[in-house]
Write a protein that binds this ligand. Structure first.
Ligand SMILES: Nc1nc2c(c(=O)[nH]1)N[C@H]1C(S)=C(S)[C@@H](COP(=O)(O)O)O[C@H]1N2
Ligand SMILES: [Mo]
Length: 448
């Protein structure tokens, strides 16, 4: 992919497309190139010489007030295009935020058993790294250090050659999926139902790698790092760095993956390497993975503390101000399901059976039963529920419902996990940041 380097600047080869891509990849690096080497460091650089000429050429117009153009600003003319470019290839997703890129999938587009790239939600806390945009994994190493007998430094080839390769369908759900339905609302991406997907991942077991490193008895938690850039552009800051208890990390389904649906992991989803920690909030599944730091205490990386991915330790009334020390880390995701067909608002013939279908999943790995209601929860009928192809893959369910006469109906769907825990009809325990909403999904159905 095009890169903006000094040679381009002086040869006049920089065009709008090159600058646009450079900004899409890394606005701060692009700006440094345009404004000169020191601009980013002292924040006082302004466009001049080759940088000014390049910007003018790219914009197709001179910049009369170029001396006032602040260093560090993405030219608005480029910003929108670059986000559009990142999302090219996604099909029908709803964009919630452009910088960082966050987008969710309407329920009826999630019908596939294996979620294709086109329909997998995107959740970025920082900026997609240049290496991912260029699909350049040269020299990539994964470091495993901390409470281990041997610090490991593994190339992707090492992972491919020295460990058993596994392929599994594993669902990934953002901890904030369903946040939009909490009242009072919570800040953050207003996910409705679509921050969930179940691609097929190929890689190695995290456990095998941790065993190779040799866990010391002091190892209690993992800490994950990726090479994506913090939104501020400060290379010292992590966009996000979460971890999981060692017992979770040692589950055989937890993976270090280099492929999704048989292809290199796409730029938006963590190229070239990511963790997949199924059953836990998506934030545990670090993308652009460079380091696993085995800790002798609960990891304290970016977005581990405060109110991030934490729930009150006790039920609170909606809107309560909960003291920080009463917040606990969100771990196992609750049982949940989705109606993926028909789409909400569909018309079906009155008096005839209509097929409804979808997926169900549970953070503890097993959905035991699935029920649907056509009369606003008065009566429930059991749906057919398939077992998962492997643990932590979502499970297909289907049912036939028969609207007795013409009119407006709703299909409500409710999953039950292996402990008998069911999805609630309305939002479960309110919490300050709106995590873990597993309320039943419902769709509108018109019988005609
Ligand atoms: N490096 C890195 N890893 C990350 C994130 C991120 O911003 N940076 N976001 C996390 C969150 S909050 C979620 S929900 C999932 C989303 O994965 P996806 O974008 O591939 O769907 O990635 C997780 N891993
Ligand atoms: Mo997330």
């Amino acid at each position: 992919m095009a890169r903006l380097d000094d040679e381009d600047r002086t040869s006049g080869a920089v065009d709008r497309e090159t600058i646009r891509r450079a900004y899409a990849a890394d606005p701060f690096e692009a700006e440094r190139r345009l404004f000169g080497r020191l601009a980013h460091a002292d924040r006082r650089g302004f466009l001049r010489g080759a940088g000014l000429a390049a910007m003018g050429a790219a914009l197709g117009a001179a910049m009369p007030f170029h001396r006032n153009f602040p260093s560090g600003l993405v030219p608005a003319a480029f910003a929108q295009d670059s986000e559009a470019e990142l999302m090219a290839g996604k099909d029908g997703l709803t964009l919630l935020n452009e910088r960082p890129v966050n987008a969710e999938t309407p329920a009826h587009l999630l019908d596939d058993d294996i979620t294709p790239y086109e329909r997998l939600f995107v959740r970025n806390n920082g900026l997609v790294p240049q290496s991912a945009l260029e699909q350049n994994a040269e020299g990539w190493t994964l470091t495993v250090d901390g409470e281990v007998d041997n610090t490991l430094s593994l190339s992707i080839d090492d992972l491919k050659n020295d460990f058993e390769t596994v392929t599994q369908a594993l669902w990934l759900e953002c901890g904030g999926n369903g946040r939009a339905f909490f009242n009072p609302g919570a800040s953050g991406n207003q996910w409705t139902t679509g921050a969930i997907g179940c691609p097929e991942w190929t890689g190695v077991r995290l456990r095998d790698v941790l065993e190779r490193a040799g866990l010391k008895s002091s190892a209690v938690y993992t800490g994950h790092y990726g090479n994506d850039l913090h939104l501020s552009g400060d290379p010292e800051k992590e966009a996000i760095s979460r971890g999981v208890p060692i017992d979770k990390a040692m589950e055989p389904e937890c993976m270090i993956a280099w492929a999704m649906n048989g292809q290199d992991i796409p730029a938006l989803h963590g190229f070239p390497l990511r963790l997949v920690i199924p059953g836990y909030p998506g934030s545990a599944s670090q993308k652009y993975l460079t380091r696993i730091w085995v800790r002798d205490q609960v990891h304290d990386g970016a977005k581990m503390g405060g109110y991030s991915y934490r729930l009150p330790a006790y039920p609170v009334a909606p809107g309560t101000e909960v003291p920080e020390e009463d917040m606990e880390i969100l771990t196992v995701m609750p049982v949940k399901s989705l109606i993926t067909g028909p789409a909400t608002g569909a018309e079906v013939p009155a008096g005839q059976p209509a097929e409804v279908r979808g997926h169900a999943w549970a953070g503890n790995g097993d959905v035991r039963a699935m029920h649907v209601s056509l009369d606003f929860g008065q009566t429930w009928q059991e749906a057919e529920l398939d077992g998962p192809p492997n643990k932590y893959a979502w499970q297909r369910w289907r049912a036939e419902v028969t609207p007795p006469e013409a009119g407006y109906y709703e299909v409500w769907a409710r999953a039950t996990d292996q402990n008998g825990v069911m999805q609630p009809p309305t939002t479960p325990g309110w919490n300050p940041r709106g995590y873990g909403n597993n309320m039943m999904h419902r769709i509108a159905l018109f019988a005609v």
